[in-house]
Design a protein around this ligand. Structure first.
Ligand code: UTP
Length: 295
């Protein structure tokens, strides 16, 4: 019997240096894909997968994320008086229930592993989901829902993976592929940012995890790894010696919204898939491509 995954952790304490100056005063997680902040899309994916409690690991200058998940009485009242009921309904549907969102701070951006460790008291002794919000995964059903199917069948820990060209593996956490397990496979090894010749495969970790709470005991002792940061992958590798890890090559497309081209591509992809704006946007995009690229 697997324990139900009720909590999801969203690390949002990174500096977003690749997006300066936009991220000087606005957290990168609040940049929008069409009209939804990047963080909201990750929360949408988590709620679709049955997550009940949202845990945000924030940092300085990220207070607006907390405001985004709170009520805005004046705004809601104004929308009501102006009879903007559709807009009001969107705000109401997005609002977490009372007590269903928690916030903690990572005081220094010491790395993803450290950010996750900061959530240990809020997660407690139960398995949890971890979503890196700047990796936007366009998928239906959502990536975390697909992972839940593997988790419900096999338990343990589950990591979403995708293929990249072999010469690109040095930028990512990479897993080794073992025997098939349903829609997924047994993970045999993991390494963060390997040299191309040391990579166990071209399957990279895509920013979605289901983890058992024992990861926190390992993060307690974790020292800095690649890039001088406390790396989650290093602690997962230690946990791999004690527990099962499953990889899932999910159905969907990933956009790294912490990167300029990834962010622009996500806006184009989501804009083209939205019924309300797609016809106009398609025409506008075609005109730009005609003019700028002669396509
Ligand atoms: P990134 O390395 O992509 O984020 O971390 P970054 O450091 O903000 O980006 P750049 O390179 O400076 O542009 C992946 C995820 O982990 C979080 C980030 O907020 C992002 O969601 N993170 C990273 C933390 O919460 N704390 C950290 O110390 C590092």
């Amino acid at each position: 019997m697997t324990r139900k995954i009720k909590k999801a952790v969203f690390p949002v304490a990174g500096l977003g240096t690749r997006f300066l100056p936009a991220t000087k005063a606005v957290p990168k997680e609040m940049l929008t894909i069409v009209d939804r902040p990047v963080i909201q899309l990750a929360v949408d994916e988590a709620r679709e997968a049955g997550i009940e409690h949202l845990i945000f690991v924030t940092g300085r200058n990220k207070g607006v994320i907390e405001d985004h998940f709170d009520k805005q009485y004046e705004l809601e009242d104004t929308l009501r008086r102006r009879n903007k009921m559709a807009e009001l309904a969107v705000l109401e549907a997005d609002l977490p229930g009372a007590g269903q969102a928690s916030f903690t701070r990572q005081q220094e951006p010491l790395g993803l592993g450290h950010a996750v460790w900061c959530a240990r008291e809020l997660v407690g002794n139960e398995p949890f989901a971890l979503l890196l919000p700047d990796m936007f995964i366009h998928a239906s059903p959502g990536c975390l829902s697909q992972m839940m199917n593997v988790y419900n069948a096999y338990g343990g820990n589950v990591i979403a993976v995708e293929e990249v060209p072999e010469d690109q593996v040095y930028k990512y956490g990479v897993v080794g592929r073992g025997e098939t397990a349903g829609a997924g496979f047994h993970v045999t090894s993991m390494v963060e940012k390997p040299k191309v010749e040391d990579a166990p495969s071209n399957l990279i970790i895509s920013g979605r995890y289901i983890l058992q709470p024992e990861i926190f005991d390992l993060l307690d002792k974790q020292t800095a790894g690649a890039g001088g940061e406390i790396q989650l992958t290093d602690s997962m590798l230690s946990l791999l010696g004690q527990q099962d890890f499953f990889g899932l090559k999910f159905e969907g497309t990933t956009y790294d919204c912490g990167d300029k081209v990834g962010f622009l591509s996500a806006n184009v992809a989501l804009g083209l898939s939205r019924d309300d704006i797609s016809p106009k946007f398609r025409a506008a995009l075609k005109a730009i491509l005609d003019e700028k690229c002669g396509l």
